[in-house]
Design a protein around this ligand. Structure first.
Ligand code: NDP
Ligand code: 2IT
Length: 447
């Protein structure tokens, strides 16, 4: 490995002990950009790697709230403002009991390069709390969001930091955040994305990550003169990203076999069709139920408790739940069963070892920062509409999203060719995302 990269990885490991996810993301990015670091000595001369791996600002705060029984609860809130080299901090908020500095730093770090790929002017950030929304009442969720925002609002602004949703944060939570922000800041500005459609949200933002992931995968198939018709697909997760990935895959003629949640997965041999998907959306978005209920409604399907879907034979996989959900064994199983396309809807769903398996097999492997960039892209389009004080139609937003996903694909693909590894989307995405941010940092001096 290049010695500058090696030294930086050692520095990051020493500086950030006990942060395995963050270190994993740093290794994933730095491990594939050696060709550009060697070609352009300016990046080492300007200490870009040391700077780009250190967040510009990190804030940890107390979030006290009162539960329905009158008991005071305390959670921990975080804000990671990683890079503002090419725009204001932009990225989602995650509410999940596993949230900690390592998880949010990996997400914020990845977001920097993802946002760079979108072609839009957005820096990278991420935030959240170790709060578990599952099983909480509407009132508890609202009180928690308001308490979170009572501190978090200081760091926001339409030109400073514009959050959105992620795991455990959707339309409902963004509504409560926005209401509290508006009250505290006394201004109605486009400070969040993923807002309700009646008050500044963009059409197609809910669909954008899933649709974008399928658009990207379609471009990959096109490089081999293939399409989705009749292709069997595995999807993990059943939240925002998974639902709209399934919707678009059905539209493109694919056969969707699985969906999951953190308790297990369902396998429907006949395929999840539009009607079944509508039932799942109602189950998940309105009733907030478990995916296991699917087999009560559709008894010919199977439910596998405590398992992930990767052992079901299929041609394509769309991990859309969480980080490190595909390990080396899972990757080998997927390949053995004939999988030739993996497009990551979730952030960093494949371990470093699993990625190695995909790259060695030269299958169509789309890393998350390229494949799931459609969500933040459409957030960027929401910001544009808010700034212009107008709203585009669904057709217009969808066309722009589709076009940008095609541009991201060609940028990533052409970069992989430029650096001698045609079809290595990991290298292409990391180099293309890196160069724009690194060059902006050099232009702006040591800040
Ligand atoms: P949601 O909260 O809507 O859904 C998350 C889904 O993943 C649920 O089915 C959930 O199951 C499952 N899940 C969460 N944690 C785990 C876990 N530890 N093990 C197994 N399953 C789990 O989140 P999103 O759909 O928004 O996010 C999914 C992924 O996509 C995340 O990696 C996120 O960072 C990424 N992403 C999201 C974007 C967006 O616009 N929303 C944009 C780009 C990436 P359960 O209900 O049981 O917890
Ligand atoms: O990981 C991500 O890109 C997101 N959760 C969406 C971020 C955003 O600002 O829309």
């Amino acid at each position: 490995m290049n010695s500058y990269i090696q030294e930086t990885i050692e520095l990051v490991s020493k500086r950030n002990p006990n942060e395995p996810e963050f270190l994993q993301a740093v290794k994933e990015v730095l491990g594939s950009i050696a060709p550009v670091i060697e070609r352009h000595k300016k990046y080492q001369a300007h200490a870009i790697l040391e700077r780009i791996t250190e967040p510009e600002r990190q804030i940890i705060f107390r979030v006290p709230w009162v539960d329905d029984s009158g008991k005071v609860q305390v959670n921990r809130g975080y804000s990671y403002q990683f890079s503002s080299a090419i725009g204001p901090y932009k990225g989602g908020l995650r509410f999940h009991p596993t949230v900690n500095p390592s998880v949010l730093k990996f997400l914020a770090f990845e977001q920097v390069f993802k946002n760079s790929l979108t072609t839009l002017p957005m820096g990278g950030g991420k935030g959240g709390a170790d709060f578990n929304p599952k099983g909480k009442s509407e009132e508890e969720v609202m009180r928690f969001c308001q308490s979170f925002m009572s501190e978090f609002y200081r760091y926001l602004g339409p030109n400073t930091y514009i959050p959105a949703g992620d795991i455990g944060v959707g339309k409902r939570e963004v509504g409560y955040f926005f209401g509290q922000y508006k009250k505290l800041a006394n201004e109605f500005t486009g400070v969040f994305t993923g807002k309700g459609l009646q008050w500044g949200g963009s059409l197609i933002r809910p669909e954008a990550t899933g649709y974008g992931c399928v658009y990207f995968a379609k471009e990959m198939l096109l490089t081999k003169a293939l399409d989705f018709k009749g292709k069997t697909c595995l999807i993990s997760g059943s939240g925002n990203v998974a639902q709209y990935t399934v919707e678009k895959l059905i539209e493109f003629g694919a056969k969707v076999l699985t969906m999951s949640d953190s308790s297990g997965f369902i396998y429907d041999k006949e395929g999840i069709d539009t009607e079944k998907l509508a039932w799942i959306m109602e189950l998940k978005n309105t009733r907030r139920g478990r995916i296991s209920e699917y087999v009560t409604q559709y008894p010919s399907a199977e439910y596998h408790e405590g398992k992930r879907p990767w052992a079901v034979p299929a041609q394509c996989a769309f991990p859309s739940a969480t980080q490190n959900e595909i390990d080396e064994e899972d990757a080998k199983t997927l390949l053995k069963n004939g999988c030739t396309l993996v497009a990551e809807g979730a952030n960093m769903p494949s371990t470093l070892e699993a990625i190695e398996v995909f790259l060695n097999a030269k299958i169509l492997y789309a890393p998350s920062k390229a494949a799931n960039a459609g969500g933040v892209t459409t957030s960027g389009l929401e910001m544009t509409q808010n700034s212009m004080r107008l709203t585009w139609t669904a057709e217009e937003v969808n066309a722009r999203l589709h076009h940008i996903m095609q541009m991201i694909h060609s940028n990533v693909y052409n970069t992989s060719i430029e650096y001698g590894q045609k079809g290595n989307y990991l290298m292409g995405a990391n180099i293309a995302g890196f160069v724009k941010v690194a060059d902006a940092m050099i232009d702006q001096g040591v800040v």
